[in-house]
Design a protein. Structure first.
Ligand SMILES: Cc1ncc(COP(=O)(O)O)c(C=O)c1O
Length: 430
């Protein structure tokens, strides 16, 4: 089939002509996933059943996994759902990749992702990760001489390097200011707002910030910071939500931001290599796609988040599985999830505060934190501790060792236990 034929075939499917029999292929797969959840007793997850939830994953029993912030582990049921899509695809790869069979299901996934983020489906693009989304923005925004992009040293490289890379070519400047990491435990919301207020100037056109940063887990007051930025004339507010989507409820429209990027392979426990990007309608009009091919001019796609997607061959099985990952996570009511993550946070905070050999380096208030926190072990090199703990005890956490930090970043999920945290603390301080 030549390209124009292929496109008109896809179009006819999208218009519904041949969609019904093709779409119905997905029904049994979705039912198989629902049956897997029922069989494994995963109808709903509540606090009483979180410890048993670990058996719903393929984690090595010898591993104590306290590093969900680096990369998530996908539930067996979600893994199986992905394998089923892949198997179906392999029966007739053309049909699923180019023949349009998964056109409708892909849009169902987009709608599901949009309701998770609290935005419209047309505002969501499927990227591969957060880093890609920031590259799309840095390449596509109309910035030039005299413009300034501002972010702090808490910003992850994935949301930072793209700006420095583009700056010399376009002539804009990048201001990366030093965040007072040592003060983080005591900071209040007002302090955080002041810190940003001091850095935003009349030249600032873009403000980039993490929703929760990956080092000390400071939860930024995004709505208030966005209001502050707007009041000072900032045009674009871009938020790195790699650590929050799946960890906590998010409301993109409520925050009023222009861009919001996530990596569902972390807290949503979706297959690796699938990202989400929200771009507000007004910003979409001004951001040129980073790569272009036949789809950017298609009716129905033009002007939507789809124009930022790469139309080359990609692994659609992963995209479809995002719906199952969201479904799996939705079996835990958000209040139950937050209550459990907070319980683990309170336990670790209390134990780290009372132990003479540890120091808590994250916010003292849960409202300004999340399920990733930094604990310093006095007089020890944390990189060596982490290597030893993994080698000898199978405990996985992320060490941070720099001029400012020598900390263990602990990032538990709901199925982690107080006993696991206690074991980590005992071994680390022993
Ligand atoms: C806050 C934050 N932003 C961005 C990233 C980059 O994520 P990805 O590799 O999925 O692009 C990470 C990864 O750890 C992160 O923690």
């Amino acid at each position: 089939m030549i390209r124009s034929d292929r496109r008109s075939f896809v179009k006819s499917l999208a218009a519904g002509a041949a969609a019904a029999p093709v779409l119905s292929l997905l029904g049994p797969l979705r039912q198989a996933f629902a049956a897997d959840l029922e069989r494994a007793g995963l109808a709903t997850h509540t606090r009483g059943s979180f410890a048993q939830l670990r058996s719903a994953y393929m984690l090595d029993p010898k591993v104590t996994y306290l590093n969900h912030a680096s990369i998530g582990t996908i539930p067996t049921a979600v893994f199986d759902a992905r394998s089923r899509y892949q198997e179906l695809c392999e029966k007739n790869p053309w049909l699923y990749m180019w023949g349009g069979a998964w056109e409708g299901p892909r849009e169902e996934v987009r709608a599901k992702a949009a309701s998770l983020l609290h935005c419209k489906a047309s505002e969501v693009s499927f990227t591969h990760n957060t880093t890609e989304a920031f590259n799309v923005l840095a390449h596509g925004l109309p910035l030039g001489r005299g413009d300034e992009v501002v972010f702090s040293s808490l910003n992850h490289d994935g949301a930072s390097v793209c700006w420095s890379h583009m700056a010399p070519e376009r002539g804009f400047t990048v201001k990366r200011f030093q965040f007072p990491v040592s003060d983080v435990p005591q900071l209040t919301k007002a302090d955080i707002l002041n810190l940003y207020d001091e850095q935003i100037t009349s030249k600032t056109r873009v403000l980039v910030l993490p929703h929760i940063d990956n080092m000390v887990g400071l939860r930024h007051p995004v709505r208030e910071l966005t209001e502050l930025a707007r009041s000072k004339g900032v045009e674009f507010v871009a938020v790195d939500a790699a650590q929050t989507v799946g960890m906590m409820s998010v409301d993109v429209h409520g925050m009023g931001v222009d861009m919001f990027a996530a990596s569902p392979h972390k807290w949503l426990q979706a297959p690796k290599g699938l990202g989400l990007m929200y771009l507000s309608e007004s910003v979409r009009e001004r951001v040129h796609p980073m790569w272009v091919t036949w789809g950017q001019r298609r009716d129905g796609w033009r002007g939507t988040g789809r124009i930022y997607e790469d139309y080359g061959t990609r692994n659609l099985a992963e995209v479809l599985t995002l719906a199952d990952a969201i479904e799996f996570q939705s079996r835990t009511p958000p209040v139950e999830r937050e209550a459990r993550l907070r319980e683990l946070w309170e336990y670790t905070h209390r134990r780290a505060m009372e132990h003479p050999r540890t120091e808590w380096r994250s916010p003292h208030s849960w409202e300004l934190g999340g399920s990733l926190y930094a604990v310093e072990i006095r007089d020890k090199n944390i990189t060596e501790v982490s290597e030893w703990m993994f080698r000898e005890h199978g405990i996985v956490f992320r060490p941070f060792r720099s001029q400012e930090l020598n900390t263990a970043r602990i990032s538990p999920n709901v199925f982690n236990t107080e006993e696991e945290i206690e074991r980590f603390l005992r071994l680390a301080t022993g």
